[in-house]
Design a protein around this ligand. Structure first.
Ligand code: FES
Length: 154
């Protein structure tokens, strides 16, 4: 359920834009920051605050892979799935994550610790292959480094 805090923060961010609907992405980010994902209920409420229909706001949400429309684990791993990373070992990194976590891309592990998601270029092609865990960028990955990286996210 959308909270007074959500409403206040969305109201504040709307002041930075020429129209309320122009703050759609920022409003979704606020909802996600406060709830870890964007439920249908919260999306509908946010759309009302922005003067948009839920379908319009869902269109914005679905355009951005970093807006989560399903519940996620405590930590979200975004594995780059674009050309520079393909060339430099993406497959080995993904295999290691799948093996280590016991989940496929798009899934959350049984204890709710990690969600594994593919994403387009992270803008770190010079350090491919790359992934993000929460807000942290990890580049120059090797399968051998994966265990230590995962261990740093309890
Ligand atoms: S292609 Fe992976 S970071 Fe750019």
């Amino acid at each position: 359920m959308i909270t007074e805090r959500d409403k206040r923060e969305i109201g504040e961010i709307c002041c930075c834009f020429p129209t309320r609907r122009a703050a759609a992405l920022e409003a979704l980010q606020i909802i996600q920051k406060n709830h870890s994902w964007v439920s249908d209920e919260n999306l509908k409420a946010a759309a009302g605050l922005l003067g948009m229909t839920p379908d319009e706001l869902d269109g914005v949400a679905s355009f951005y892979s970093m807006i989560f429309r399903k519940p996620v684990g405590r930590h979200v791993i975004l594995v780059c799935d674009s050309i520079s990373c393909w060339i430099r070992g993406h497959e080995g990194i993904l295999d290691q994550l799948v093996t280590r976590l016991g989940i496929r891309p798009g899934e959350t592990d049984a204890v709710g610790r990690f969600t594994l998601l593919p994403t387009s270029c992270l803008g770190a092609c010079d350090h491919a292959p790359a992934m993000m865990v929460d807000d942290d960028l990890h580049g120059d990955l090797t399968p051998e480094r994966i265990e230590a990286i995962l261990a740093s996210y309890p």
